[in-house]
Ligand binder design. Sequence first.
Ligand code: GLY
Ligand code: MN
Ligand code: MN
Length: 438
Amino acid sequence: MKLTQADFKQRRDHLAQKMGANSVAIIATRAEMYRNRDADYKYRADSSFYYLTGFAEPEAVAVLETFAEGEMYRYSLFCRERNREMEIWNGYRAGVEGAVEIYGADEAFAIDLLDQEIIAKLLNKDRLYFRIGHQAEFDARVSQWIQKADAQQRRGSTSPAEVIQLDRLIDEMRLKKSAQEIELMQIASNISADAHTRAMQSVKPEMMEYALEAELNYIFGKHGCVPAYNSIVGGGENACILHYVENNKPLKDGDLVLIDAACEYEFYASDITRTFPVNGKFSPEQKALYNIVLDAQLAAIDATRIGNHYKYPHEVAVKILTQGLVELGLLSGNVDELVESEAFRQFFMHGTGHWLGMDVHDVGAYKHGEDWRAYEAGMVVTVEPGLYIAPDDETVDVKWRGIGIRIEDDIVVTENGPLVLTKNVVKTVEEIEQLMAS
Ligand code: GLY
Ligand code: MN
Ligand code: MN
């Protein structure tokens, strides 16, 4: 499944409508990024730029201009020109012809003409929308264009009186996913779930963490996907380092391994964490902590419903985690007071989720004014509670130390309650042990 040009056009139509009359919006994607001598990072277009254009080449700028109320808007695309020699070395380019014929631009220009052509598009417009604060160099260029447009006032033109953060409009559009977007995220989730299943089936004591990572990458690659973020494969106490990405230690018999890894499919991310025993069997301590995290996760997923506020699943998770920690003797005191004083933060120091979409930490406001916003149909959020007992935490019995657990799934808020996109990978102790034994 892929989005069509009609889908991208619909998004531009919607944005043009939100911009209001007599306005101009400028949106850029960045240039290729240098990794080291003669080697670039594999290019990935800016999410919001791609969201509106479906155009995945580097060095491009889209401009939308609205005119009087009721008039059509104009979509211009500035991009790299076709160039036989460059294309032989570096690959196909759509060029200005392709920008119009394939990508539906009303007009297209070579990217080198941007500074020259953009000024006329600013003149006599009321508002300029652009994505302020993403690239300092681009911000400076836009400032120069504004100066040039202002200077034309002597000749009788006007220039935009208002400069507005374009992200506010696009982020809100991206936050609520269409049926097609959910479909793409379901595909990404299915591939990622397969990768986690393969990891559970292939792990063995003494295997290197990176070798286990390679099992995941094999499934991603086979489907033409790349990881949506740097994979975390942390054995034993490495699971307590929240952003552990070295993945270069041997996995030990008797330890758990935490894998936070998932792919991106057609520009849409998934985000999965599973924690399982390297030797296929949970120890009593591992199992006790694991089941607390799982109970918290299941309850938080169930709380991800239309009308509940954004933080409610976190509050539900925190209460269950705290209760469980008291029962196991890792915390002592009254549960409500321990929640109130955030005593759980010794063992659970991150949030329970985030928006998910084209970016793994996706765009969209979390609050409306002072208040957490309420869930609406089409929002996609992760639910990822965890417990991390530091290896040097002398406040707890030594048997708990160095155990790190997180369980993470991707949830669509729907009219019929929470829909778990990532349900294809098992997560109960019994299911995991059974899969690993087979
Ligand atoms: N994988 C990044 C996160 O879980 O937020
Ligand atoms: Mn996440
Ligand atoms: Mn994650």
